[in-house]
Design a protein around this ligand. Sequence first.
Ligand code: PAF
Length: 288
Amino acid sequence: MMDIFRQPEEMRAWSQARSREGKTVALVPTMGYFHEGHLSLMRRAAELCDTVVVSLFVNPTQFGPNEDLDRYPRDFERDMELARQESVAAVFAPAPDSMYPEGFQTEVRVQRLATHLCGKSRPVHFAGVATVVTKLFNVVGPDVAVFGEKDFQQLALIRRLVADLNIPVRIIGHPIVREADGLAMSSRNAYLDPANRAAALSLSTALRLTRAEAGRGMRDTAELGRLLEGHIHSFAGTTIDYASFVDCDSLEAVKTVDERTVLALAVHVDGKAGNKVRLIDNGFILPQ
Ligand code: PAF
């Protein structure tokens, strides 16, 4: 039996009852349209806690005015079936006006971390994420929350947020799940044109290429950057938003690759119906 809650108060009461029974609760926050990446987060959550709660909410405040809020892929019934198969105990799927009722005017901002990488081209995104994730933590009160490492900046920001605001939840990052050909799984992959797959794969192949060059001794990030940007641009229809070598915690750009260096990529590729699709990927450059 999987419970589905629409109202924050009902969700909170259910979670509090589990805690009173002595059960630990893990939360997997999502925006739905589940793929294997989401399911692997649910499985990890089940390993860590007695009870798994999944939130499914396409959060309007993290989308900019010209972004894909209206066409973000949705399939509630299929998602519920997949969650049931993963033995999820409860789903919190609120309507926007129960999360942001009339008069709502509070925002949570993580300052510096939100200015790097995706924060430059998506100026409202991380305040929306930080606000909704804080609300989800307050509603569900989880012991543990599991997030994918594909949204690497989001994960860094949430770790900071939880530490800064003394929120009593343990944050767990889970490795990127990839398609057989290397494409990082994402709900937005539904926008991709299969005929343009090679361009979509340019992110994961650029990561591979960069690791190989660094393994051969090239550590200068300007030199590596030229090489990988040339690789991505060799595919028609690609536009790089950023290709940045950053420190894994501060997200500040670095000049020389070391064990803490992550290559973070965001690239627009041509998708279905002439729409551009923004893809992200990332990874450590040197073996961990
Ligand atoms: O990663 C996501 O799906 C979203 O940003 C999150 C964490 C569920 C907040 O809306």
